[in-house]
Design a protein. Structure first.
Length: 172
């Protein structure tokens, strides 16, 4: 049987059903996913290293490490650190992980008059140096925040020392 020139060839219904099913299965999203998280031991090691780094330079600080969701895993306060430092360290760590950038950069990008300045009004946002995201293998695993050193650059240096202490453990 010859098809007319204007006729469109059609797939048998069975093949059409098979193709549609295959397409639907390939387009279906997975129902779960796997994530990497810091262990409490790694979080503690980073916090202790950051605290030790600040102590070496004579600074009494608080250090907080949060997981990828911003939940505090470790909070250390040196004996003479100010009463405000634990909350500020936790907020710096939360800000770094939430916005996935160092809080020094965040502070610069959210200054009054900048397009993102409004986010400074959110609760827990700390637009001051001393918070760094903890990243490895292209993933954000958490954040570390330091508060109490004289200025954001000094807080940043202590936070970086904390990340450096666990860097080899994080590479994957």
């Amino acid at each position: 049987m010859k098809l007319p020139d204007d006729a469109t060839p059609r797939l048998p219904m069975r093949w059409l059903a098979i193709l549609c099913t295959a397409w639907a299965l390939s387009a279906q999203a997975q129902a779960t996913f796997t994530i990497k998280q810091l262990t409490p031991e790694s979080a503690l090691k980073a916090a202790q290293a950051a605290l030790a780094s600040c102590r070496k330079t004579g600074y009494q600080v608080a250090v907080a490490v949060v997981d990828r969701a911003g939940v505090t895993q470790v909070l250390l306060r040196d004996r003479y650190a100010g009463a405000h430092t634990p909350e500020m360290a936790a907020n710096k760590a939360w800000t770094a992980v939430s916005f996935r950038q160092p809080t020094t950069d965040f502070a610069r990008e959210t200054q009054p008059g900048k397009p993102m300045s409004g986010v400074r009004q959110l609760p827990r946002v700390a637009a001051a140096g001393g918070g760094l995201p903890i990243e490895a293998g292209g993933n954000t695993l958490g954040g570390i925040g330091v508060s109490g050193a004289p200025g954001g650059e000094a807080d940043d240096a202590c936070a970086a020392a904390g990340i450096k202490a666990i860097a080899d453990d994080l590479e994957f």
